[in-house]
Design a binder for this molecule. Structure first.
Ligand code: PRP
Length: 182
């Protein structure tokens, strides 16, 4: 196995650009959530790195917790049901929750997760996504805070994987076609 960078067709966002974007998202969150002690909900695994960077730019109290979810029963028509693989242990009744995601793609995952958090009594639920791939959307859902809108390309790095690889790439790149077509 060679270096990760050998599989990158092009760099979409550099480390430096990512850091600036994270700061700008954090600034938006500051004005909306300072004094509310929000729960920052990191959706594993892809959002791990974005969450770690984002919370270190927030200078007010917040709680951090984790969930790992997917959707099952996704047919051509149905958008599926939420499958909780790992749950958080925070009681979110009455809390302001900010879901932090690396990418909003078809929207199926979040469209199933938001109602579950509301069912648990969240006072508010907001979506903060680093990447938004509108072209792939299957359900009507919009993020409240978006880092970048991107084209329908196979992106990796900064938490995003292909076959559990490339999450530790410190920038966001497009994966070479030959890697996933072989
Ligand atoms: C990715 C991503 C989101 C979801 C978005 O997670 O982190 O959770 O897919 O896709 P959607 O909008 O089409 O529902 P994935 O299930 O690949 O798990 P991972 O974060 O562990 O890689």
């Amino acid at each position: 196995m060679g270096k990760l960078k050998n599989d990158v067709a092009k760099v979409l966002f550099t480390r430096e650009e990512i850091a600036e974007k994270v700061k700008s998202l954090a600034n938006q969150l500051k004005s909306a959530y300072e004094g509310k002690n929000p729960l920052i909900l990191c959706i594993l695994k892809g959002s791990l790195i974005f969450t770690a960077d984002l919370v270190r730019e927030l200078d007010f109290p917040c709680t951090i917790d984790f969930m790992q979810v997917s959707s099952y029963g996704q047919g051509a028509k149905s958008s599926g049901q939420l499958k909780v693989k790992k749950d958080m242990d925070t009681d979110i009744n009455g809390r302001d929750v900010i879901i932090v995601e690396d990418i909003l793609d078809t929207g199926v995952t979040l469209s199933n997760l938001v109602p579950e958090l509301e069912r648990r009594g969240a006072k508010s639920v907001a979506l903060c996504v680093f990447l938004n791939k509108e072209a792939r959307r299957r359900v009507d859902i919009k993020a409240d805070y978006v880092g970048y809108d991107i084209e329908n390309e196979f992106v990796i790095g900064y938490g995003l994987d292909y076959d559990e690889k490339y999450r530790n790439l410190p920038y966001i790149g497009v994966l070479k076609r030959e890697v996933y077509e072989k």
